[in-house]
Design a protein around this ligand. Structure first.
Ligand code: PEP
Length: 250
């Protein structure tokens, strides 16, 4: 059985003080959460969030990690810096990083290797754009993202990896893939993983759906056989909405 994992991606939202306020609101609402709960917060809020989540089941994540240990990489943040700030999970290859900041499957692969080397748990994002979908290129795009993004990754490393399937056209747009569609595409990702890394890895790997997931559609999405959780953007910024997704079963 794969334990569901619901992760919030706060993106570039919330100062440290605002983060503490949101966490304090969220904590009592997810006390009995069945899924694993993660919040990925901006770097400047990590230390405050680390203290604020103490005593709760909420785990801390970051939104990116550098591929190098340290050095001349202005604007980047190292795995050691994140770990010192209490980070356990890290998002890698989010579509906004790919779209606006030149992230490629190759840089995703380098960041992924570094995260694994340092003991961080990567949440690796893949997904097709609207144009790619309309041109029937979804499978081809996902195949490249998986094969290149996970190049030279060992089967045993997948114990610590989560994949988030996020169709880019569904992120922040209010448009959600239908549960059946998301399930089918995630099934395709699982089959790729099976072919490349083996049946055991594919069976145990948690694959989230992301893209306008909200309280009203979480239950339906989470009921799907291949969907093991959600990566939540907008709805993660409201304690009540995020908690309702976490508690989708209640
Ligand atoms: C995301 O940014 O990972 C995301 C899924 O955003 P939203 O839920 O707002 O679509």
């Amino acid at each position: 059985m794969r334990k569901p994992i619901i992760a919030g991606n706060w993106k570039m939202n919330k100062t440290a003080a605002e983060a503490v306020a949101l966490i304090n609101e969220l904590k009592p609402l997810v006390l009995k959460s069945k899924p694993e709960v993660v919040i990925c917060v901006p770097y400047t809020a990590l230390w405050a969030a680390k203290d604020a989540i103490a005593g709760s089941k909420i785990k801390l994540g970051a939104e990116n990690v550098a591929w190098a240990d340290s050095g001349a990489f202005t604007g980047e943040i190292s795995a050691d810096m994140l770990i010192e700030a209490g980070v356990e999970f890290v998002i890698i290859g989010h579509s906004e990083r790919r779209q606006y900041f030149g992230e490629t499957d190759e840089s995703v692969n380098m960041r992924l290797k570094q995260a694994l080397k340092k003991g961080l748990k990567p949440i690796v994002c893949v997904g097709e754009t609207l144009t790619e979908r309309e041109k029937n290129k979804t499978k081809r795009v996902l195949k490249k993202q998986i094969l290149d993004g996970f190049k030279d990754i060992a089967a045993e490393d997948f114990d610590n990896i989560v994949i988030a399937y996020e169709p880019v056209w569904a992120i922040g747009t209010g448009k959600t893939a239908t549960a059946e569609d998301a399930n089918k595409t995630i099934g395709y990702i699982r089959s790729l993983i099976k072919k490349t890394f083996g049946a055991e890895v594919a069976k145990n790997l948690r694959i989230q759906y992301g893209g306008s997931m909200k309280p009203s559609n979480a239950k339906e999405l989470m009921a799907m056989r291949n969907i093991d959780g959600g990566l939540i953007g907008g709805a993660a910024l409201k304690a009540g909405d995020f908690a309702a997704i976490v508690n989708y079963k209640d």
